[in-house]
Design a protein around this ligand. Sequence first.
Ligand code: ATP
Ligand code: MG
Length: 551
Amino acid sequence: MENKPTSSNFIRNIVIEDLESGKHSDIITRFPPEPNGYLHIGHAKSIVLNFELADEFNGKTNLRFDDTNPIKEDTEYVESIKEDVHWLGFQWDKLLFASDYFEEMYNRAVLLIKKGKAYVCDLTPEEIRNYRGTLTEPGKESPYRSRSVEENMDLFQRMRKGEFKDGEKVLRAKIDMNSPNINMRDPIIYRIAHAEHHNTGDKWCIYPMYDFAHPIEDAIEGVTHSICTLEFEDHRPLYDWVVEECEMESKPQQIEFARLNLTNTVMSKRKLKLLVDEKIVDGWDDPRMPTIAGLRRRGYTPESIRNFCREIGVAKASSVVDSQMLEHFIREDLNKKAPRSMAVMRPIKVVITNYPEGQVEWLESEVNPDNPEAGTKMIPFSREIYIEEEDFMENPPKKYFRLFPGNEVRLRHAYFIKCTDFIKDENGRVVEIHCTYDPETKSGTGFTGRKVKGTLHWVSASHAVPAEFRLFEPILLENEEDNKDFLECINSDSLEVLQGFVEPDMKDVKPQDKFQFVRHGYFNVDYKYTTKEKPVFNRIVSLKSSFAVKK
Ligand code: ATP
Ligand code: MG
């Protein structure tokens, strides 16, 4: 992978200090997804941060599945996450599963019980909530808080054996019901869940809670800097408490940063799953999804996503990033890489009445004017071509420089043509345009006789390959943060499917090939819908945006 200078940020500064002070001699970070959905662009921010930070200081990054909640997790998600991290360009040091430490976590819980720092509680979930108090009122101690070590040991062992039903009992840390930090008011650290786990099967029916499991996982692995999102800031005292009281040898440091939010996008896996389950989108890899799989199918490259993540930086304050910034980075990446081609998305036929019937000319064009190394290719021209419907008007307004009766335009790489006539169907719709061409005006011959204002793209009708174009709009009408009912914010017009034509060399395209279609934008060949007969192109982005990234 190319080495980009890492920009300075407060987490990087902490790492530098820790190395200089000798607190750590090696850096270990981890990316810890819960396998309960596909990764999204927010996760990419965390991946890039963790992997590049460790990499810069010759450290290591593990991929650890935080699979402590059997109900929502699945091996399909495990596989997709591995694929996505690789695709983004990163190689983890170790592949780990939190569920592999269940026995160790259990033993640490037993240690807490023995130290009088944990107890089995029989309050119902609702009672526990009521006893917890609020931000302004202290909590109330559970009547089970004073159970003896022996009784707690016995009950906890019986919880493990499966003697109790879900929700009947929990194990709680005994900390402080008066703490101003609600997370410290005897948090639940184990719960009963008679559920099949994707990794451990039915071996366990009690499962550790995130706040108990995560610090232990980090400590077992020797993670030095445990980077998470801001909502865990208030959990940090509990994180440190667990590391301390469970007597973990290694002492990881939790550091929080602001999660990525994007305009008009959902970023929570729960909501993304809802879109999939309700069939509002065509799976986790739908090109409108902000998932890594969706972005890949849309046509985003790993480079563009990495560059985006570097540019947005790492901060302590939450903000919403404009989606156009992500688009900027794919345009920048594809400008040099993507071959140019002409595609007609809403075709109308043009007959060039003075062009010899049956004649075909092969015209030279550059594959990519922004990259001379890409060379040239030949495009067929003939008597009948397709142009865009919107490039012709019977009664044009002022300043319309495209085709209309009597007007002359340039056909890109070909000739000037002048509209002489058109044919309408019984509904009054224009279905065919008649033009004449001027052989003198051939592109590349240096013709300077006269100028025209409009240049149109086209494809030769008899050579054209039928193609489908899929154009996308944001999946949400509002920003996720705006606190509206999520399903009401869904943009029902986020997909437009068009049937048109592309140049003949497009019949050999392969899934994930990327092109710039002149005037239309960047497109990616869809791997799901493309057939031998008909390529299907997903529009990644249009060509222009008003957005400028500050340098
Ligand atoms: P979601 O709310 O989408 O389910 P999550 O935080 O529950 O997200 P995890 O699988 O637990 O998802 O996250 C794995 C890692 O990715 C965590 O370290 C988390 O902090 C980070 N992460 C998740 N979402 C974002 C985001 N939007 N921006 C930055 N980092 C994120
Ligand atoms: Mg989570």
